[in-house]
Design a protein around this ligand. Structure first.
Ligand SMILES: Nc1nc2c(c(=O)[nH]1)N[C@H]1C(S)=C(S)[C@@H](COP(=O)(O)OP(=O)(O)OC[C@H]3O[C@@H](n4cnc5c(N)ncnc54)[C@H](O)[C@@H]3O)O[C@H]1N2
Ligand code: MOO
Length: 409
């Protein structure tokens, strides 16, 4: 058995970012930039009003108070999309609306709440400094400025920002195409009629969902029977994909055939077994031209190994670093943890907040790798190093939150 870190290093060394492609801006959500987004305009493109009111010269109304308003000549209007063509001279006020261009000559906007206007005269009841309620040209960003860096996974906010920079096309990494193959005579698809010793495949659909949530395209190849022929034939469906992920058939049983099929194809496995729980029976090799990640069949083992090995592969293929280290999460244990054995452990746990708003974490009492209901309820995993000492209740530990995906808003 090798360590989790060693297995990850060996597996990830087989992957590099996929080539770039061009997509229309509305299709960019969740994609990773292969080239930076550079603004094609200055925003705002002109000095713009930040309030509805009157465009003035601040010097004209320096003495204005509510009791002694300063009268100005009403001399025109500037609305969003319809600039005032003239210029504001001494003693002039131009009606202006939020977002409209500030007319030449004016240097401030007074809110309409501070003015009384009739058809000819605007009485300004408050003085303002030059620049008040004016968003200067380039206040947000300038033409030629980098708005979004290469390597960024695009959020909904990023799409809006690129649109603001008048950038209709994006250069992004191609989506990883990942084939998923379940194995086992006992496995039926959800909705199928079930024989007496059959179970429904949870793993393949869970993997496909995880792949989609991480920006990949999943190809569900179905379920291979427990014969070498079936596994080998169905694995061929992965041709042209960037990776084949199998689930089940990875241990040493008489019917655990993925391993045998790989061996028969004459390819040595880079990874055969990993000192972790859940997920010991993990394999990595190559099925023909396609890299193969063989995940163990127990459903939680599949889920946790997918998080620890498949997710970083998907990230690397899309040009991201293998892990998102921006938000390390620490939480206080509500119960003590026993000493760990030689397998790196990933305890399923829930998060909550204590009275002060600090995070607390509680591992489930049952940690069997077949408990899909608890895995779905978990908020995070608590990683435990091999041979880790016991932890008392109240100790602060690092947790891996189960909340990552393309749907960040
Ligand atoms: N003698 C040993 N037995 C086992 C060992 C071992 O080291 N020596 N390791 C155990 C561990 S740990 C795991 S994990 C499993 C891994 O086994 P496989 O990857 O070969 O998986 P299967 O035997 O095919 O299935 C295990 C379990 O998971 C269910 N399963 C499989 N596929 C699906 C699916 N698509 N959806 C839902 N459930 C699935 C399957 O029915 C079994 O119950 O081996 C242990 N044994
Ligand atoms: O490693 Mo198995 O994945 O413990 O259930």
């Amino acid at each position: 058995m090798i360590s989790v870190a060693e297995a990850r290093a060996r597996i990830l060394s087989a992957f590099a970012p996929l080539p770039a492609e061009t997509v229309a801006l509305p299709d960019g959500l969740g994609r990773v930039l292969a080239e930076p987004v550079v603004s094609r305009l200055t925003q705002p493109p002109f000095h713009a009003a930040a309030m509805d009111g009157w465009a003035v010269r601040a010097a004209d109304i320096a003495a204005a108070t509510a009791d002694r308003p300063v009268p100005l000549r009403r001399s025109g209007e500037s609305a969003a999309g319809h600039a005032f063509a003239g210029s504001v001279g001494a003693g002039d006020a131009v009606r202006i609306f939020t977002g409209a261009p500030l007319p030449d000559g004016a240097d401030a906007v007074v809110m309409q709440e501070d003015c009384h206007a009739d058809d000819a005269v605007v009485r300004v009841g408050r003085s303002v400094a030059a620049g008040r309620f004016v968003r200067r040209a380039g206040f947000d960003f300038a033409a030629g400025q980098e708005l979004l860096p290469k390597g960024r996974r695009l959020t909904a906010r990023d799409i809006a920002l690129a649109a603001g920079g008048n950038v209709p096309w994006l250069t992004v990494h191609r989506r990883p195409r990942i084939a998923v193959l379940a194995t086992g005579d006992e496995i039926a698809l959800p909705g199928d009629p079930l024989g007496p010793s059959q179970i429904v495949s949870t793993n393949a659909l869970g993997l496909c969902a995880l792949i989609a949530a991480q920006g990949g395209l999943a190809h569900n190849l179905g379920v291979a029977k427990d014969t070498a022929d079936s596994v080998a034939t169905m694995a061929k469906g992965a041709a042209g994909c960037d990776l084949l992920v199998t689930t089940g058939g990875a241990a040493q049983g008489d019917y655990d055939l993925v391993r045998d099929v790989l061996a028969e194809s004459g390819v040595a496995l880079d990874v055969q077994a990993v000192a972790m729980r859940p997920g010991k029976a993990l394999m990595f090799g190559r099925a023909g031209a396609v890299p193969l990640l063989g995940l163990p069949g127990n459903p939680v083992s599949t889920g946790v190994t997918a998080l620890l090995f498949l997710r970083p592969i998907l990230r690397v293929l899309q040009g991201l670093p293998p892990e998102d280290d921006r938000l390390p999460l620490r939480a206080r244990l509500t119960v003590g943890l026993r000493a760990n054995d030689r397998r790196e452990d990933y305890l399923r746990a829930t998060l909550a907040a204590d009275g002060d708003g600090a995070l607390t974490v509680t591992p489930f009492a049952r940690q069997d790798s077949a408990l899909t209901s608890l895995y779905a309820q978990a908020d995070c995993l608590i990683p435990r190093l091999p041979n880790a000492d016991p932890e008392p209740a109240g100790a602060v530990v690092t947790v891996l939150p189960l909340i990552d995906g393309v749907l960040s808003l």
